[in-house]
Structure formats: C-alpha cells, structure tokens
Design a protein around this ligand. Sequence first.
Ligand code: MSP
Length: 664
Amino acid sequence: MSEKKTFYITTPIYYPSASLHIGHAYSTVATDAIARYHRQRGDETFFLTGSDEHGQKIERKAKAAGVTPQEYVDPIVAGFKELWKLLDISYDGFIRTTDEHHVKAVQKMFKKLYDQGDIYKSKYTGHYCTPCESFWLDRQIEDAGGVCPDCGGPVELVEEESYFFRLSKYADRLIQYIKDNPTFIQPNSRTNEMLQNFLLPGLEDLCVSRTSFTWGIPVDFDGRHVVYVWLDALSNYITALGWGSDDDSLYKKFWPADVHIVGKEIVRFHTIIWPIMLMALGEPLPKQVFGHGWLVLDGGKMSKSKGNVVDPVQLCARYGVDAIRYFLLREVPFGSDGTFSNEALIARINTDLANDLGNLLSRTVAMIDKYFAGRLPAPSVTAEEDAALIALASELPAKVDALMNELHIPDALAEIWKLVCACNKYIDVTAPWTLAKSEAGQERLKTVLYNLAESLRIVAILLIPFLTSTPANMFSQLGTAPAQSALAAVAWGGSVPGSQVHKGDSLFPRIDVEAELAYFGAEADKAKTAAESTPTAETTPTAPAKAAHSEEQAPAEIEYDDFAKIDLRLAKVVAAEEIKKSKKLLKLTVEVGAETRTVVSGIKQWYTPDDLVGKTVVLVANLKPVTLCGVESHGMILCASDAADENLSALTTLAPMESGLKVR
Ligand code: MSP
C-alpha cells in the first residue's frame, strides 16, 4: 500500500435554490466514501462541502417569497446539513459563500487580479438565461433559434459595464498543463472533451462582475458591481482553508487539493476557469478533477412532481442509511450516467445486502452459537478449499486499495462482494451441518467456522469507508473488538479463538418486492395528484402553480383544411448524434420514403441517440427549415409530454409501417 500523506477532497458547493435530491446525495456520498477510505488508510484527510449562495436566481426566488436572500437560503442550507448528518457524511469543513471570511478573501482575490491586470473593466452585451446562470453571445442565441441553447427557455438581452477576467491570456499554458498531466481531468474521456470542445477552439475572456443584481460579493473598490458567481463559487476550495486570511495554516497543509469531485456538467468550470484563476494567483493547481455522471430516473430527469420517491430522506427512513449508501456507491460505474429506480434499489438490497452479506453473517454466527456454544473455535483440520478462500481474503485489501486510488468505487465494492460470495460457496462446499453430525467432522468444522468468521471480519473492516453502521454491527455479532477496524488489522488471522459471538437482528431485512412496488405506485399517484393541485416543490410558496394538463386552455376549433396544411409523415431514424454544444438537442438523420433529411429535436433529456436509431417516428414534414445550434433542421418530430415536460415520448405506430407514409 502506498505511504500516508495529507489528502484534501471536495464536493461541489450546492445551490440553495431548493432542497437536495438523491442526485446531490450521490455526489456527496461518493466523496464521503473516498474521504473515509483515506482516513482509514491513515492519511490526514480534509473533506470540504458547502453551499453556493449568491446569484440572481436566489435573489429572485427570495423576492418572490417575500424574504431577504439571506433569510431565503438559511433554512435551505440548514436542511443540507441535516441531510448530510442523516447520510453520515463525514465532512471536516462546510463553507457557505456568505461566510464573512470567504467574502473577504474573494474581495482580496478580485483586487489582486485587477491590480495585476488580469481583471479589466469593459462593456458586456449578451443574452442571459437566469435558470442556467449563463450568458450567451448573439451567434449562439441565433443558432438556437432565439432561446437558451442549454435549456431552451427565454433569455434576456443585457448590456452592462462589467469586469472581465483574462482567460485567453492563460489558455496556452493550460492546454500544455493538461497535456503534461494526463490524470488531471478524469475520467480520461473528459480530457478530450475539454480540449476539443472548449480549449482548442479558443477561450473568450470571462465576465466576472454584474451590476444588474445585488445578491453577491461586492467588488470593494467599485461598489456598483458584485462578483459574478463562478469566481465566487470556485474560490471556496481555497478560502475554506484560510487562503487570504490571517490564518492560512490549513491552506499550507492541504492545498493543492488531491481531487475535486464534480458532476459532469461542471467539469468545464473546474478544469478551465478554476486552474486559470489559480495560475493568475500564482497558486498550485489541484491534482485532479473527477467528473462523475448523473443519476437519472427512468425516462429522464428527476423531480419530485414526477411522483417517484427520490427524496433521500424518505429512502433512508424506509430502508436505512447503509442500504441507500450502498446503492449509490455500487449501482453505477463512477464517471458514467446511471438510472435510479425503485426496482434496482430493492434488487440491490435483497440480493447483495440481505441474501449475500446478511444471510452469511447470520448463518455463520448461528452455527458458532449452535455448535460451539457461541465461542469462536480455533482453526484445526484444513482442506483444499481453504487455501483459495484465504488467498482471496488476503489479497483483497491491496485490490481494494488499487481500485479506490483510481476512484473505481463500485469495483472496489464488487471486489469485496467476491469474498462474500466465495464464503457462501464455501458453506455449500464444506456443508458444516453435515460435519456437525459426526465426531470425525468436529475438527474440520472448527476450521470452517473460523474461516467464515475471519473472512467476515475482513469484509467488515473493508466496508468501513462505504457503510457507516453495518461494520460495527458485524463486529459486534462476530464478537470482534471494534478497535480492530483499522486497516492495519486487516491481515488474515486477526480473529481471536474463544471470542463470544452474539446473535443479532438481520443486517438487512429482505424486502417483499411486490408489496414495496405497490407502495411506490400508491405514493406516485399521491404525488401526482398533489402536483396537479398544488405548487410543486420547485415553485416558491407565492409563485403560481404550474397548470395541470386538465386546466390547459384548448386551442380554438379549426377546419379540416387547416389540419390538411400539415404534412405529417412516417420517418425512420437511420442515424442520431448528440449536438455537443446543447443540453437539449439531438441531430437525427431520418429516411422519409426515398428522401433522407436532417431533423434537430430537443429530446436529448429523454433519449440517447441509440434509443432512437431504427425507430419510426411521426414527422411534420413541411415545416420551414430552421437552424438550431448551427444545424439546419428540416421538420419536427412529434412527441407527447406532460405539463411539466417531465415525461415525454416520441410518437410511433402500433404496427411496423413504411417510412414516407402519410399520417392523417
Ligand atoms: N453551485 C454549483 C457548483 C459550484 S462548485 C464550485 C452547482 N450546484 S448544483 O447544486 O446545481 O449542483 C451540485 C452538484 O450536484 C453538481 O456536481 C451536479 O452534477 C450534482 N448533481 C445534481 N443533480 C444530479 C444528479 N441527478 N445526478 C448526479 N449528480 C447530480 O452546480
């Protein structure tokens, strides 16, 4: 194992614009497991999380709720802390961008960059999208058909005096740095994405102040301006350690960060703006930025109004914290997108936790209790099958270490489960209940039960970073002192013969799948009814509720001739690809009879290109061509969707039909 060191790890700081959901919990639980892993191996670890509280969006939400921005965010941030407590998140620091020491340090940073000429004053003209907190150039808005290229919503034309940060000055240095440090951006695929999509095409200077709202850190030498959010937000990683304050001892000890864990959509800010800020400040760059994927719901983005139970508080109350942590850490390769579903969660709990691990522990303890009056026997007669089990258990810590160093969290758990499964197999092969029946089998039985208990002790130690109450429960049932939980105690042979085992409750009770899914169905119905009659969780109390579909105004009656003006055709999707610049758009190549055309469709949120290739869809074939994100679109795919656009399905035919046929 590699030698001890300091280890600094961070989550993104979360927007307090609504309560956090299971996707945010995913980011934080993963970071927590890595932090706990480093503490277990003896590294002096600092784990930082926090809240990103400034910006126009919060200012507007607070206004709509009739409170000050600070009054608006305070209870939400308190809720973050409660959630992290519930999920056993072991953070060492929690930074709020409204903390006084952060505000002062950001002002100092801004002034330093201004004094050295890296920040300058100029005029900003652009289009601003409030929900995305993004500025767009004329060209980008034109390409997107007059709406925000990311969310498709309306944008406001803004012209104001702003300060700009000279990103362009450092672009070449950053490109070289990324090339020289191939592990800086992880997973590897994201390095290429950053270089090809953003850095190599050229960087524009970044607007870093605003005068059109006030909820931000004031630029202290120019009171009309507040610092614009990304400079404020990103600097949290060093201001939390005391950078720019009288006491920067933590900064000296822990910076540069070993890894920033962030979601894939904000990798760009962390690997372009942040390193350039640090270069300009003359500070070292973080060693790594890891972009994980998104946890999505079946069929798209998660939302409470959808009626699926994605509130981590409810899930923990129903299944326990460790079951939820296990699911989040195990289900999806770290770095890829993955689906959250109640079925998948229940399957993980029943298979991995209740059957594989829970049963193994209860059977082992029950047999020691029954055959040896609850005292762990000393190993005695050995047999061929022991060696493989002992080898697996002995090699496991190094394998887990290697995987965790690469942040392959689910693989590390899978590796631990190999030992769990090998133990279950070992029980089948050795058949302890048969050994117990004969005098001759007694000595062999001692070894078998010792080997099982010892393997479980090792499993419990290795699970400490991932699950927070289960390892202690296992130690207690096995009669092993919790003091043996350190990684140093992981070597084979640590269980002490004669220890008293304690039969306990099952670690993870098995879930009745049908009853549970029926429960979720009922909850979903309740939530849907609530969503249709009351404001959603995302709307503020004073904001009007989204219109339920039943209340939508039906369009006026039309003549058949009006309908006949629309040329609806069946089209077969022969190729599909993402439009990289856009969060919404897919570029489809469709065959309409003998003709092939390109159609741009805003359905990326609900479909991957692979979902669509080969499918027959309904096309509005005589729609005037438009250019969206630089691609000319010849027609429109018809889809059905609910009022909130959370469920969407492209239309197709009940029976397979030829492309080009008319729909009437
Ligand atoms: N405030 C910025 C980050 C500033 S860091 C200097 C922000 N906040 S956020 O609250 O919108 O998102 C925080 C993190 O949560 C992001 O990394 C984002 O990817 C992650 N997630 C939000 N929804 C998620 C899923 N559904 N799945 C996985 N991660 C998710 O961005």
